[in-house]
Design a protein around this ligand. Structure first.
Ligand code: 4AD
Ligand code: MG
Length: 436
């Protein structure tokens, strides 16, 4: 080759197709080990990491001097020969023939020593380059892709809901307010109300986007900005809604197991805990859940909402996610349909993940009767005018319908087996953090 830099530019995830060939790789230095005349560069390109071996005698001297001075996270490119190497994690190694610095990196703040999480969150824009964050965010992408794949393949149309809204969906205490010209607007807490309108237009739909809650909670499960997928189905009751959830989630877990083995390994995830996630999921009424808690020695009064410790106890009693259904109306949102024969409870269900991860979905059958919905809006102290468009859905061909919202970050945290949702989203927003 006339110009050595004309060899094909290859991404490391595809390196296996180039064994015995020369390629160009562009990336960053994770770290370097040196034995004087040989340099071992851990090079990452975003898709994977490989060891690139630089032998002093085998590359031009000035290029060897450049290689020797590479610092952590310098960007550089190489021409190298791809070799199979059974001792390497990726199965391959590169013999470097040429090397060029692209740009240096001085005093990279994340060193191989241990750092506290607060510091790492302060440098989240750099922390994303680490192996662990790669594993988590690749699994997140697989989860989101698999959700869409399942819904698209099962008759759901993606119809997104707006982010700027004039009214509340999930109570007024967690609204982020913003000026909207001469008016006020709120960041959406849930796309559901618009999802219901879309379902009346298209039958089965889902919206998928960021949602916002001014949560004053500093727990490992709460973000102020999180992503939610919200399917909504016309002519579907609560049972039908639960079946969709268990099918969709089983599909997602199976895909992660199939397509993201190396990432699960990086995270040290216990695979047996995921392999048993198969539909059907157990169903427990709220009444039965209260009994379970009381038997476990918890003081709990019928009518209260579950807190995180309660959800943990219930979730840990099963090896797969468990639906808790028919909560008291008093602890649920205004739009949930009361059970006709027992109006103090509603056709609602939360799905609690195993291993103490708590609620990952919330859903219900919706009130389809105009008068009842009007009175529930008033009882909840919400302004009736703002919901006139929503009430139209009960004025013009109302039908039984149901839906749910699945929180992406909690699902990612559970499937990855990580402690806290802040690592399950690229740039976490919490009560105490808006940066970077
Ligand atoms: O249970 P939630 O509040 O339900 C709704 O918003 C319904 N409108 C959804 C629907 O029926 N279309 O929220 C749904 C899910 C929760 O189960 C949880 O996984 C996630 O959203 N979630 C949060 N995730 C991270 N941080 C928060 N502050 C969250 N609040 C809810
Ligand atoms: Mg909920």
């Amino acid at each position: 080759m006339e110009n050595v830099w004309d060899y094909p530019y290859v991404m490391l995830e595809n390196i296996g197709q180039y064994v015995g060939k020369k390629v160009v790789i562009k990336g960053w230095l994770r770290k370097m080990r040196s034995s004087g005349k040989i340099l071992f560069l851990q090079m990452r390109d975003g898709t994977s990491t490989i060891q690139a071996v630089v032998v002093k005698a085998e590359i031009p001297e000035e290029e060897f001097q450049v290689a020797k001075k590479l610092t952590q996270e310098s960007s550089f490119e190489i021409v190298g020969l791809v070799r199979e190497e059974s001792r390497s994690a990726c199965g391959y190694e590169l013999s470097v023939e040429h090397l060029r610095l692209i740009s240096g990196s001085v005093d990279y703040p994340i060193t191989p020593k241990e750092h506290g999480v607060d510091f790492l969150m302060d440098v989240r824009h750099l922390w994303l380059r680490s192996m662990r964050q790669h594993a988590i965010l690749r699994i997140r992408a697989e989860i989101m892709r698999s959700i869409c794949e399942w819904l698209d393949g099962n008759g759901f149309l993606r119809v997104d809901s707006p982010i700027l809204t004039p009214s509340a969906c999930e109570g007024t205490s967690t609204l982020f307010e913003t000026d909207y010209f001469d008016d006020k607007a709120y960041l959406t807490q849930s796309g559901q109300l618009y999802g219901e309108a879309s379902a009346m237009a298209f039958g089965k739909i889902y919206c998928f986007g960021p949602t916002f809650r001014a949560e004053k909670s500093k727990t490992r499960r709460h973000l102020t900005e999180f992503w939610m997928v919200e399917p909504e189905m016309a002519f579907t009751d609560l049972d039908g809604c639960l079946e969709v959830q268990e099918q969709m989630i089983s599909h997602v877990v199976a895909n992660v197991l199939k397509n993201r083995q190396p990432e699960l390994k990086t995270l040290g995830r216990d695979l047996a805990k995921l392999e048993c996630i198969k539909a059907p999921f157990p169903r427990l009424s709220y009444d039965e859940a209260v009994e379970l808690l009381q038997k476990a020695g918890q003081e709990f009064t019928w009518g209260d909402d579950f807190g995180a410790p309660h959800e943990t106890i219930i979730g840990q009693s099963f090896d797969r996610p468990v639906f808790v259904h028919h909560y008291p109306c008093s602890c649920k949102a205004f739009y949930m349909k009361p059970e006709p024969d027992r109006p103090e409870v509603c056709r609602s269900a939360d799905l609690l993940a195993p291993e103490g991860y708590g609620e990952i979905t919330g859903g219900s059958q919706r009130i389809d009767d105009l008068a009842l919905l009007e009175s529930r809006i008033k009882e909840n102290g919400l302004p009736l005018e703002a919901y006139q468009w929503y009430l139209d859905l009960r004025r013009y061909g109302s039908v039984p319908h149901s839906g749910f919202g699945l929180g992406i970050e909690r699902t990612v945290a559970w499937i990855c087996g990580i402690e806290h949702v802040r690592e399950a989203i690229p740039y976490a927003r919490t009560m105490g953090r808006l940066n970077p």
